[in-house]
Design a protein. Structure first.
Length: 431
């Protein structure tokens, strides 16, 4: 409840009993002259001395390198908001904000058992201030200028903005991860940890919900071009999606379509697509109504069609089987919404799935008769008959393949309540 632990090592993790961490308190500053720092940044005589402002903030972060004190939260919030405002107006405070955000990723230090009760109400504003930096660090939409000096400044700003986005993502990841274990979450008798987190969250997840960070994270993630930042942010979103109110926020802020895009650009490549699929799975479980409606769009179902075709025809690794089954779980959830089922037929996804649900002999007969091609019509799908030539994994009797068959047949059977899907199923010989 005091913050987050990026390393999850026992010697750095703070106790949930609110006892002071004496090793950290010993090295933490008892008194920091925040008034002097604010005077330096606001006095009419020193307001323009940006280098001195940066030096003062970086010195503060160096002194507090083991974590900020909970009792300093109110002046920290004031300093943070002022710094972000100056940064938004063009002052080069990026390095200072990087240092500040890096310290914020560590557990807050409690000097008294009552500190969390006394000062904890400032934490949502603190987190909101950290995340607000993302609004002013978006990747540039235009190329660098031609003039050498201006180009150097452009490159510096671009690099520092990326570094700052990475630091914010790391801090969010630390906050979201902290406390996600059976020792930290109160469990009812026979209650699974994941259910307890979904219902009650953790202190940090509740703070993140109060901070309404998801809108800023979503807006930044939408235009993110740094692979490192994407990976770290996805990890943070995955942990946040375990808590039902935050899962609803993921749906409401439109982040679902971005997760589908992440899967598309990493198809059969980086493991990032597995994390994106896990987030979608969490959101579909915890916010079924909102998520299935958001995913019930023709372009989204077409994307799933392309994902399934790629993994079924070109996947060759064990992790491709895992991804294939994850996609089927998502399609199972999506198909539970009645309004989504007709899209399975109109996009060609139903035909594609049916071609792997019938026997090999029936599949070849459908290909020979042209029924598969007719059902796919003008859909952007390569010839299904090319699949064996591309090294797709044969569906045999392994546990993963049996799970795939169960998910596949269950989803197809549910879709057959739609007249359009039933016609395709009859034509392809599912029964």
């Amino acid at each position: 409840i005091f913050g987050c632990d990026p390393s999850n090592t026992p010697n750095r993790r703070m106790d949930n009993t609110a006892e002071p961490n004496r090793g950290m308190v010993a090295s933490a500053p008892d008194e920091v002259d925040f008034g002097a720092i604010m005077e330096l940044m606001t006095s009419k005589y020193t307001v323009d001395l940006v280098d001195r402002h940066v030096a003062a903030i970086r010195k503060l972060c160096k002194v507090c390198c083991n974590g900020f004190l909970l009792r300093h939260l109110e002046p920290l919030v004031e300093l943070l908001y002022l710094s972000v405002d100056r940064f938004a107006k063009g002052q080069d405070l990026a390095q200072a904000l990087c240092d500040f955000t890096r310290v914020a990723s560590q557990p807050f230090v409690s000097c008294k058992t009552s500190d969390m009760i006394t000062y904890g109400h400032h934490l949502p504003a603190f987190v909101k201030g950290i995340v607000s930096v993302l609004t002013y660090t978006l990747p540039p939409t235009e190329g660098p200028p031609v003039e050498p000096e201006a180009k150097a400044q452009w490159e510096h700003k671009k690099n520092m903005s990326e570094r700052l986005r990475i630091e914010v993502a790391h801090t969010l990841a630390c906050w979201a991860r902290f406390g996600l274990d059976e020792d930290s979450v109160e469990l009812l008798p026979n209650q699974p940890l994941i259910q307890a987190v979904a219902d009650s969250g953790t202190p940090n997840l509740r703070i993140l919900r109060q901070s309404n960070v998801m809108d800023a994270v979503s807006a930044s993630f939408r235009s993110e071009d740094s692979p490192e930042s994407i990976v770290i942010t996805l990890g943070a979103i995955r942990d946040m999606s375990l808590y039902r109110p935050l899962a609803c926020q993921i749906t409401n802020c439109g982040l679902i379509s971005n997760l589908v895009h992440v899967i598309r650009v990493n198809l059969l490549g980086s493991d990032v697509l597995l994390v994106a699929a896990e987030v979608l799975w969490n959101v579909l479980e915890l916010d079924w109504d909102g998520a299935t409606e958001a995913l019930g769009q023709e372009e989204v179902i077409e994307s799933f069609r392309d994902f399934m075709h790629a993994v079924l025809t070109r996947g060759y690794r064990f992790k491709d089987k895992i991804f294939r089954n994850d996609m089927m779980v998502l399609l199972m959830y999506i198909s539970k919404r009645v309004e989504n089922r007709s899209l399975f037929a109109s996009t060609g996804l139903m035909t594609l799935l049916l071609s792997y649900a019938v026997s090999e002999k029936r599949r070849k007969d459908l290909q020979a008769s042209g029924d598969l091609e007719n059902n796919l019509k003008s859909k952007v799908l390569p010839d299904l008959d090319d699949a064996p030539k591309k090294g797709g994994i044969p569906i045999i009797n392994t546990q993963e393949d049996m799970e795939f068959r169960t998910l596949l047949w269950g989803t197809l059977a549910r879709c057959c309540s739609s007249e359009d899907c039933a016609k395709v199923a009859v034509q392809c010989g599912l029964v």
